[in-house]
Design a protein around this ligand. Structure first.
Ligand SMILES: CC(C)(COP(=O)(O)OP(=O)(O)OC[C@H]1O[C@@H](n2cnc3c(N)ncnc32)[C@H](O)[C@@H]1OP(=O)(O)O)[C@@H](O)C(=O)NCCC(=O)NCCS
Length: 156
């Protein structure tokens, strides 16, 4: 029998702390507290999904919100030790499916222009660039632009 390496779990209202801990580990320069995570991922407009490894340890997360026909990935991250194992792709596809279930026909996100790993992942998942916000993200040596990406959601 093959044991799946990772499984996804829709985060419930009492799991905001787990999502916040993952967010802080993946974005130590811009940590969100548990209350912010809870507010942003509260159904029906928002949702959060956690990726668990074979030992049921959380290794990644995605948070998204839906407003009418447009959805947005607010944050996605995989713990450094679990990267390049397909978790990021699973989480993006879960965000697409979750957004579709809530009636969205398009999914947007912002990515820093220098974030090669994320940009490559999104391109592989069908996103394309629809805009650019100069100076959107802070960096230790200045500011960097965000690319606005979009993916159409079929089958609504
Ligand atoms: C971006 C991130 C979520 C990717 O997660 P991941 O689990 O490593 O992604 P996957 O293993 O599913 O990778 C899927 C594809 O994305 C691309 N990719 C992922 N990481 C990459 C890297 N470091 N360099 C180049 N391509 C990369 C590859 O095409 C990869 O497919 P392959 O492994 O078959 O070549 C992860 O690197 C991360 O958490 N980074 C820090 C937080 C962050 O930047 N979040 C996004 C903010 S917009």
């Amino acid at each position: 029998m093959t044991v799946p390496a990772f499984r996804l779990h829709a985060a419930g209202r009492f799991e905001s702390g787990v999502v916040a801990a993952l967010q802080q580990a993946c974005f130590p320069e811009d940590p969100w507290d548990e209350a912010s995570v809870a507010t942003l991922s509260t159904p029906p407009a928002g949702f959060a999904i956690i990726a668990l490894d074979a030992l049921d340890q959380p290794v990644g997360f995605v948070m998204a919100r839906v407003a009418a026909e447009d959805a947005e990935i607010l944050a996605i991250g995989v713990l450094p030790q679990a990267r390049r194992g397909g978790v990021g792709r699973l989480l993006v596809e879960a965000a697409v499916a979750g957004s579709r279930d809530l009636g969205a026909t398009a999914l947007f996100l912002e990515v820093a222009e220098d974030n090669q790993a994320a940009w490559t992942l999104y391109k592989a998942c069908g996103f394309f660039s629809v805009g650019r916000r100069p100076g959107y993200y802070k960096r230790p040596d200045g500011r960097i632009a965000a690319l606005v990406l979009r993916r159409d959601i079929d089958g609504v």
